[in-house]
Design a protein around this ligand. Sequence first.
Ligand code: 5RP
Length: 293
Amino acid sequence: MADLDGNKVAKDYGIDKPFHNQSFYIKGMDNIDWGMKDRLSKIFNPKTGKTVMLAFDHGYIMGSTSGLERLDLVLPDLLEEVDCIMGTRGAIRTCVPPIYNKGVALRCSAGSSVLDDDMSFEVIGVDIDDAIRMNASCMAIQTFIGAPGQKDSIENLVKTIDAGNRYGIPTLGVVAVGKDMERTTKFFLLATRMLAEFGCQIIKTYYCEDFEKVVAACPVPLVVAGGKKLPEKEALTLVYNAISKGAAGVDMGRNIFQAENPKAMARCVGKIVHENYSDAEAYNLYLELKDKI
Ligand code: 5RP
């Protein structure tokens, strides 16, 4: 306890000043607890309100994939370029230095693989104790709206939300777009709103036509997945369009780690997300950096 020597008597009560109420900078999050806000602030930059997430959780359904053959060699160089990582506990514990000290979106769903015809039946693959032990900034659960495993995946999601609310860890609901699932505006309007109504604090979805309507109808922040590998120029236009239409960030995997120069790509994505670069400006920077860094 503080010593009592030289203790000054309180005197300036600022009687004429109203209490400095703080409305939180992330959409829909004014009424959550301090700890959850603290964790969200590790994901979404407090200055810009946005995030660049590096996704390398592909291994949970497809094993090693092009660009991620050696997580231990690929990840360290990319960490300084992003705000948050999206990975499994196995990848993070073995290949991410614990001094990384930024956002961790822990992939917690499990149970399907690319060998399945139907990947929509999953389980909760990480319990809350280990998410706490991992110091997760949020827990990511895949949901398959409209698929045979819809109910199972929603059950996984709401159980994770309940556990996360108990301990102040946000849940990131991942809108799955399985092999035969539609990717229309109508579908994303339905799926993102459902996940928000279930209580997700963050939702990962895909860019679509009229994306601004999906953003407007969803009361929590949306991050956009990169999806299949595109030419770098097109991928940067995807980022620009998503951010321009209200996305709170991107969660990109293949379009970063399969780029000709992943580090340069991650940096240029960040320029669009946090520094209002246009896609053309970001692509010109990419061409400049790809042979330098
Ligand atoms: C893998 C995932 C990824 O987190 C998500 O799809 C983002 O990665 P990419 O940009 O490569 O699509 O859910 O199962």
